[in-house]
Design a protein around this ligand. Structure first.
Ligand SMILES: [Zn+2]
Length: 190
């Protein structure tokens, strides 16, 4: 039997939302907006459909390299789960291999898989660290995320700017102050 694609309920919801905001959804400029908003939201939340194991499949290699590996300044864009407004910035991911390394292009994909969901920055930071740790089984992992939150910057009387910085340290990055210091030093180096 052919699989029937269910009708997407989102465009009608967006149209309702536009009317609730006091807009006329039928006016020229808004006519395609429900479909566009739907496509945008689906794209920005497509991380729910990403299988993290699939990202790493065939990309973890045996390698006799035991120095720190760092991927810095990975740009990311996410939506906060409290307001569904963007938070965005840079993610820095480091790990200390234990006989295995991962293809470097996989780390930005991992970040995107977790960023493209409704998120809390703190949770995203931890999820990236734990997923990398599970996949590569390194000696340790460090993740630092620096981000601006538009729900803080655009709303209310307290227009607080600035960045929120979160970090998650696992294994040697947690236990060994020198490893952690080396990682943070590499992250900070402009
Ligand atoms: Zn928020």
């Amino acid at each position: 039997m052919a699989k029937v694609k269910p009708v997407d309920a989102m465009p009608a919801l967006v149209e309702r939302l536009l009317a609730e905001l006091g807009e006329d959804p039928s006016r020229e400029g808004l006519r395609s907006t429900p479909a566009r908003v739907t496509r945008a939201l689906r794209e920005l939340t497509d991380g729910y459909d990403t299988d993290v194991a699939e990202i790493f499949a065939g990309a973890v290699f045996d390698q006799d390299y035991d120095e720190m590996v760092l991927v810095r300044d990975i740009p990311f864009y996410s939506l906060c789960e409290h307001h569904m407004l963007p938070f965005f910035g840079a993610c820095h991911v480091g790990y200390l291999p234990k006989g295995r390394v991962v293809g470097l292009s996989k780390i930005p994909r991992l970040v995107e898989a977790f960023a493209h969901r409704l998120q809390l920055q703190e949770r995203m930071t931890k999820e990236v660290a734990e997923a990398l740790s599970d996949a590569v089984e390194p000696r340790g992992v460090g993740v630092v995320v620096e981000a601006r939150h538009l729900c803080m910057e655009m709303r209310g009387v307290q227009k607080t700017g600035g960045q929120l910085i979160t970090s998650c340290m696992l294994g040697t990055f947690r236990r060994d102050a020198r490893t952690r210091a080396e990682f943070l030093e590499l992250v900070r180096r402009a």
